[in-house]
Design a binder for this molecule. Structure first.
Ligand SMILES: *[C@@H]1O[C@H](CO)[C@@H](O)[C@H](O)[C@H]1NC(C)=O
Ligand SMILES: *[C@@H]1O[C@H](CO)[C@@H](O)[C@H](O)[C@H]1NC(C)=O
Ligand SMILES: *[C@@H]1O[C@H](CO)[C@@H](O)[C@H](O)[C@H]1NC(C)=O
Ligand SMILES: *[C@@H]1O[C@H](CO)[C@@H](O)[C@H](O)[C@H]1NC(C)=O
Ligand SMILES: *[C@@H]1O[C@H](CO)[C@@H](O)[C@H](O)[C@H]1NC(C)=O
Ligand SMILES: *[C@@H]1O[C@H](CO)[C@@H](O)[C@H](O)[C@H]1NC(C)=O
Length: 377
């Protein structure tokens, strides 16, 4: 058992974030021809434009629509805890006692991959990206009949993250012991191993994971704003405190806990601080957060030249998010702010040129069929 499992344990843990990125890629390409994307999340000072009802392509096998449906189903399958309205025949309740020893309910959340680990860093990133997806492409998801599924997946993550933020300046970032977990190939419904918790705090910091969790909760607060104001403001309250914690007590979580470098190694935290501030600005309209990205953009990351967006490197996402502030709100912003947002935007544009086929600097390293319009029906 132990040996058989080892071979895949080195790469299987990236499954969750990769799938989530796929959802985004799929939706972007579905939307490209079929609909005009709507400029949400709305920034308080921006003028929202009414988006027309998108034409919805079919969910055929071999199309991006099928990939969207499968990706959202994957997140359903990964659910821990007491399942509600479960539609996956071979899944049942599991991890019901996670967190109990510390007086916390950490039973929800998503397992990372084929393992039973709850890794806070990629799970929070999944929550941020799922929120962004819902905010930008709500109409398309509705057209597919997948909005409630996406919302349910998101809430399963945010309920967990809120409980993981057990006190000011304390965040549980992991449930389970990856070494023990990865050496036992069993079903989560029947696992019997200890489920230790790992926390960051003032003296054992992790600005990356705390920043990403702040970003996730700020973004999700926008998603739930109209349907559940109480829940939304609770998410936002946690997001603000987590950002303060991340900013004030700085450190890389995989330096604080070196063993974790073997799983989701974080190379930096400055990108998460900017990413979290950008989301908090969208969620609150409070200029303090926008000013943070203006004051620190150059200092923290030099705007950078990322060629991809990932669970470790949030620069590209931050640049795109801040570009939309400039595109939609430049009239109401000072020259200085517009100039700095312009730097974020020019980097965002070069990242997009690398990703989109047919530009002079388009990447040539693609899988067959990826971003390939020919294959779409
Ligand atoms: C897609 O493929 C699966 C597996 O081959 C099959 O069970 C399913 O019926 C197909 N769905 C459609 C819509 O063709
Ligand atoms: C932070 O967490 C570490 C590791 O669990 C613990 O040893 C330390 O006492 C905690 N510090 C504070 C201020 O609670
Ligand atoms: C809103 O969220 C709260 C807190 O999670 C929950 O108790 C309540 O049932 C939700 N209300 C609605 C209308 O969904
Ligand atoms: C983790 O990232 C750091 C910083 O980039 C690097 O020095 C280290 O070698 C990495 N560790 C592993 C196990 O990949
Ligand atoms: C904006 O956020 C900052 C930082 O959290 C806070 O000190 C300030 O009171 C907020 N301003 C408003 C108008 O809410
Ligand atoms: C796109 O897919 C078609 C049909 O499978 C294939 O012929 C073509 O080479 C692909 N293009 C790229 C750029 O991969």
């Amino acid at each position: 058992m132990v040996e058989a499992h080892k071979g895949i344990s080195c790469c299987k843990h990236v499954v969750l974030p990769v799938l989530v990125m796929l959802i985004v890629a799929v939706i972007i390409f579905l939307v490209k021809d079929k609909a005009h994307p709507s400029p949400v999340p709305s920034i308080p000072s921006s003028t929202p434009s009414a988006a027309p009802t998108p034409m919805v392509p079919t969910l055929e096998n071999g199309t991006y629509g099928a990939a969207l449906a499968t990706s959202l189903q994957f997140l359903q399958i990964q659910k821990a805890g007491k399942l509600i309205g479960n539609t996956i025949a071979w899944r049942g309740d599991s991890a019901l006692n996670d967190g109990k020893g510390a007086g916390l309910d950490l039973s929800k959340g998503l397992y990372d991959a084929g393992d039973h680990m709850k890794f806070g860093f990629p799970m929070a990133f999944t929550g941020t990206i799922l929120s962004w997806t819902i905010l930008e492409y709500k109409q398309l998801l509705t057209g597919y009949g997948k909005l409630n599924l996406a919302l349910d997946n998101l809430r399963w993550i945010t309920d967990y993250l809120v409980n993981a933020h057990s006190a000011d300046n304390v965040l549980c970032i992991q449930v389970g012991d990856p070494k023990v977990d990865h050496s036992c190939w069993d079903r989560p419904e029947s696992m019997t191993e200890e489920r230790p918790l790992l926390f960051i705090n003032k003296t054992s910091p992790g600005s990356d994971v705390a920043g990403e969790t702040a970003a996730a909760l700020a973004a999700a607060s926008l998603v739930f704003k109209s349907s559940n104001a109480t829940y939304s403001s609770s998410l936002l309250k946690h997001a603000k405190q987590l950002f303060d914690f991340a900013d004030k007590y700085r450190g890389i979580y995989s330096y604080t806990y070196p063993d974790l470098a073997n799983y989701y190694n974080s190379t930096d935290y400055h990108d998460e601080l900017l990413w979290a501030a950008a989301w908090l600005y969208h969620a609150t309209g409070n200029m303090t957060y926008l000013q943070y990205t203006i004051d620190n953009g150059q200092k923290f990351k030099g705007y950078g030249d990322p060629t991809y967006f990932s669970w470790d490197d949030k620069r590209a996402g931050t640049q795109v998010l801040l570009s939309r502030v400039q595109l939609l709100s430049s009239d109401s912003l000072s020259n200085n702010i517009n100039t700095v947002l312009g730097s974020y935007r020019s980097t965002a544009e070069s990242v997009m040129c690398v990703l989109v086929p047919g530009t002079p600097i388009s990447t040539t390293s693609r899988t067959e069929g990826a971003f390939n319009q020919t294959k779409r029906k």
